[in-house]
Design a protein around this ligand. Structure first.
Ligand code: ZN
Length: 327
């Protein structure tokens, strides 16, 4: 009888521990601490990222905040290897990190690490070659044709254009349509061919080495909103050694990040960058080609939210002869 009881107890213990053993959570680091200007409120957007990653149930999230612009980086040595993926909500100039810090991150990525670049993280580190290979394309911070060609889509093909010019520009924040260019990638499986994205900056003229880059989705940069008239890449994946990178260029602020497509692609992109797979289902509320769909709980984290549902920019300026220096 004692053996039977012991057996039942052991079985119960095994069953209780099974789910924990079967699905270990992915450790995620959100890296923040600096942006190119006050227009990117990283303290708020980190809260949005935390909230949307927590609800997936797959991740354990830590926030690591780098020293400020005038800070001491001597003892800033994040333990990259503790994490399956590093989410960059961080935009710092090229000289900010000491060489050994850059090298340690490059080693982490070469050995199979994961990275996600969110919006203005692709403005960062314009002179760090390995970083530019990871993100594939970037803008501003002095980037021009020397950073690499301008990448865009035309007639279903990825084009790299070497003509001289500055990298990085956007029109006023407006809702815009996004188009999937690779529905077979794990991040994209189950998404519609087209969907609407909540009011946001539509980055154009991004340049970079584009090393091992696959464009997952683009958006038409409308000349009526000082755009290029081209289908500009906004969701990308790249490889760096054994490392995987997901790059989302959308998400200027909490309101833009609250767009359901931005939430879903970020959640899926983080899982893919960490594991190479996506196990999450696409929610039924994913927007279609005519309808903007946003998350009120995430948008409400925006300090401008109480001023109105959609406090976007006012009049459309003409496209400047050369792109503006910031953002
Ligand atoms: Zn922005």
């Amino acid at each position: 009888m004692k053996k039977v009881v012991l057996g039942v107890v052991l079985l119960a213990v095994c069953l209780l521990t099974l789910p924990v053993c079967a699905a270990p959570r992915v450790r995620v680091m959100i890296l923040d601490g600096e942006s190119g200007g006050t227009y990117h409120n990283w303290r708020v957007t980190t809260q949005v990222l935390q909230k949307e990653l927590a609800e997936v149930g797959l991740f354990t999230v830590d926030v690591v905040t780098a020293p400020p612009a005038d800070g001491d980086f001597t003892n800033f040595r994040p333990d990259w290897n503790k994490y399956g993926v590093i989410v960059f909500n961080y935009d710092a100039p090229r000289e900010r990190w000491p060489a050994e810090l850059k090298t340690s991150f490059e080693s982490y990525m070469k050995n199979g690490g994961g990275m996600v670049s969110v919006h203005a993280a692709d403005n960062a580190f314009s002179g760090w070659q390995a970083y530019n290979e990871m993100i594939g394309v970037g803008g501003w911070r002095g980037r021009d044709e020397k950073a690499g060609p301008h990448w865009y889509y035309s007639n279903g093909k990825l084009i790299s254009d070497d003509k001289p010019g500055k990298a990085g520009h956007h029109g006023l924040r407006r809702p815009f349509k996004m188009t999937a260019q690779d529905l077979n990638h794990p991040i994209m499986k189950g998404l519609p061919k087209e969907w609407m994205h909540q009011g946001d900056e539509l980055y154009d003229s991004l340049r970079g080495p584009g090393t091992n880059m696959t464009v997952l989705a683009t958006a038409y940069s409308d000349p009526a909103n000082s755009g290029t008239g081209l289908d500009e890449p906004l969701l990308m994946v790249s490889k760096f050694g054994k490392g995987r990178i997901f790059h989302t260029a959308v998400g200027h602020d909490a309101l833009a990040m609250s767009s359901v497509d931005a939430v879903v692609t970020l959640q899926r992109g983080v899982e893919w960058a960490a594991t190479g797979k996506v196990t999450q289902r696409v929610p039924a509320i994913f927007p279609d080609a005519n309808t903007v769909c946003y998350r009120a709980d995430l948008a409400a984290l925006d300090p401008n939210y109480p001023k109105g549902l959609n406090p976007l920019d006012a009049p459309t300026p003409p496209r400047p002869a050369s792109p503006a220096p910031t953002k």
